[in-house]
Design a protein around this ligand. Structure first.
Ligand code: ADP
Ligand code: GLC
Length: 488
């Protein structure tokens, strides 16, 4: 199959959140399975092209944007240790900044940047003579590729049999913009943007709705999220669009690239371990706590970590009122690695100031630290308000780190409550998004930690599971085949 995957984030070239991990392993897995795969990504200035062996090609083409034309330049190369190819679409101005997304408070130019990208993708296919069987678009930044293909390239032989699949990673980021600006950039007819059209939501152009409506098939990143988004609580206003496409939505659970997230080969760790050498995990914990300046007498306490973007999604609101009360018990160490909204950064800074010996705080983004902390931790906290899938809980399982989660989206699909009687389950999970259930779950974790046997059993249960990226990549291929069969 010829597969084109388009996204605003693809590892290792550009990463904002979990989407980058997923788009990357999909390309690599499909490539390993013998498919002809190209990943296409905006050529952000921040990408160190030389480090990844990406070369500037002599491909260059004009993309009509409104009244003018913009020139695209192209870099190409391969994914590390893979036959799958990667193409970067560059532009002197649009991607000539360090960021992936515009500053969230003044992102008025992201519509132009990503529409340029969407319009350049079919032109890239022409320039390299790539005829995709499937174009797989990820999240709203890429959704306009689909109507553009349908409206402007339908007579091109290269796209005669192309099917489109839209993956929703997170419904809460939708790409909402002024319709006059967008319609001028797209080159689609003005009348197509009327109220009630597939582009329009509450008087604005909505990129997410566009993707939902124009794709041949829609994927969500977990089966539970596919169910949840039919309801207003989770749908972020998209429930009508979602419910109009129910027959075409499938949840395929994300997976883990075990070549990257695996404690037995993890190059970030000073010592490797697996389920037969859990004593090394203990040593890594000690190394981490000592490195962070935690007093020796405190190092026997359980280490609970929070490795995440600090946003409303991740459950910080229900943690807020309970944090001081819980830390005051002096029964655990909390390590936070994350960055995000100011109010949540302030919350953890305050906790650090009040309980300097119980809190380790790293307000930044670091792959290395994420690996080291997940390996060192006893528990990983993810009390998410909603979680389309979540990857870190699956990374934690592989590292023998016990997830404490709110059962929503992919967290509900991957984490089951440990039963001391039966010895089953891989974590601690609570059903409702509220403070008391969160507090009870953290207390349960602290209690569980007192029993070495139980802790080891939960760890081993999780480590024995297989959430491989290959399984996820195969799930996508099944849907791709159905799309192609439908096309006849
Ligand atoms: P989301 O995509 O909603 O942020 P996921 O659990 O799917 O949530 O993926 C988060 C990804 O980002 C994981 O790879 C995780 O390790 C990484 N991550 C989150 N915060 C940080 C951080 N501060 N430093 C390094 N990696 C982080
Ligand atoms: C989004 C979601 C997260 C998911 C990730 C990768 O960022 O918030 O739950 O795991 O995408 O699909």
């Amino acid at each position: 199959m010829n597969i084109l995957l388009a996204a605003a984030e693809i590892n290792p070239f550009a990463k904002g959140g979990g989407m980058a991990d997923v788009t990357s392993y999909l390309c690599i897995e499909w490539g390993d399975m013998g498919h002809d795969v190209i990943g296409v990504l905006p050529g952000y200035k921040s990408i160190d092209k030389a480090a990844y062996g990406l070369r500037k090609t002599d491909i260059s083409f004009e993309v009509p944007m409104g009244f003018g034309k913009e020139t695209a330049t192209v870099y190409s190369g391969s994914f590390p240790n893979s036959d799958a190819r990667i193409f970067l679409i560059g532009h002197d101005e649009f991607f000539d900044e360090e960021y992936v997304y515009g500053d969230r408070n003044e992102d008025e130019d992201d519509d132009r940047r990503f529409l340029f990208f969407c319009k350049a993708v079919p032109e890239l296919c022409k320039a390299i003579n790539f005829s995709p069987d499937i174009v797989n678009c990820h999240d709203y930044h890429t959704s306009f590729i689909m109507p553009i293909l349908k409206a402007q390239y339908k007579n091109e032989p290269l796209f005669a049999n192309t099917g489109t699949v839209f993956t929703i990673h997170n419904l809460s980021y939708q790409g909402v913009y002024d319709k006059y600006r967008v319609m001028d950039f797209t080159g689609l007819k003005h009348k197509e943007f009327e109220v009630g059209s597939w582009f329009e939501h509450e008087g604005k152009v909505n990129f997410m709705k566009t993707g939902i409506m124009y794709a041949d098939r829609i994927l969500t990143v977990s089966p539970t999220y596919a169910e949840e988004i039919k309801e207003p609580y989770y749908s972020e206003g998209m429930q009508d669009a979602i419910n109009s496409r129910l027959r075409d939505i499938t949840g395929v659970l994300n997976g883990v690239n075990y070549r990257v997230w695996n404690p037995s080969i993890d190059t970030y760790l000073s010592k490797k371990y697996d389920s037969n050498s859990l004593e090394i995990k203990e040593e890594l914990k000690l190394e981490y706590l000592r490195g962070a300046g935690i007093p020796e007498k405190m190092c026997t306490l359980p280490l609970i970590s929070f490795v995440s973007r600090l946003t409303e999604q991740k459950g910080l609101d229900i943690l807020e009122n309970k944090l001081s009360k819980l830390l005051n018990t002096n029964k655990f160490i909390l390590a936070v690695l994350g960055e995000g909204q100011e109010k949540y950064e302030d919350l953890v800074i305050e906790a650090k100031n009040l309980f300097p010996e119980n809190v380790i705080l790293q307000l930044n983004y670091s792959d290395r630290e994420a690996h080291k902390l997940i390996a060192a931790s006893d528990f990983l906290l993810m009390p998410s308000k909603y979680e389309p899938c979540g990857l870190t809980q699956m990374y934690a399982l592989k590292y023998g780190t016990i997830p404490i989660v709110r059962a929503t989206g992919g967290l509900a699909d991957t984490i089951s409550n440990y039963s001391a009687e039966k010895g089953t389950g891989n974590g601690i999970s609570f059903p409702h998004y509220n403070r008391d259930e969160l507090e009870a779950s953290i207390r349960r974790a602290i209690d569980l930690y007192k029993s070495k046997d139980h802790i080891e059993k939960v760890r081993l249960n999780g480590m024995a599971e297989n959430h491989s990226s290959r399984r996820c990549a195969k799930g996508y291929l099944e849907v791709f085949k159905e799309v192609l069969d439908d096309k006849g």
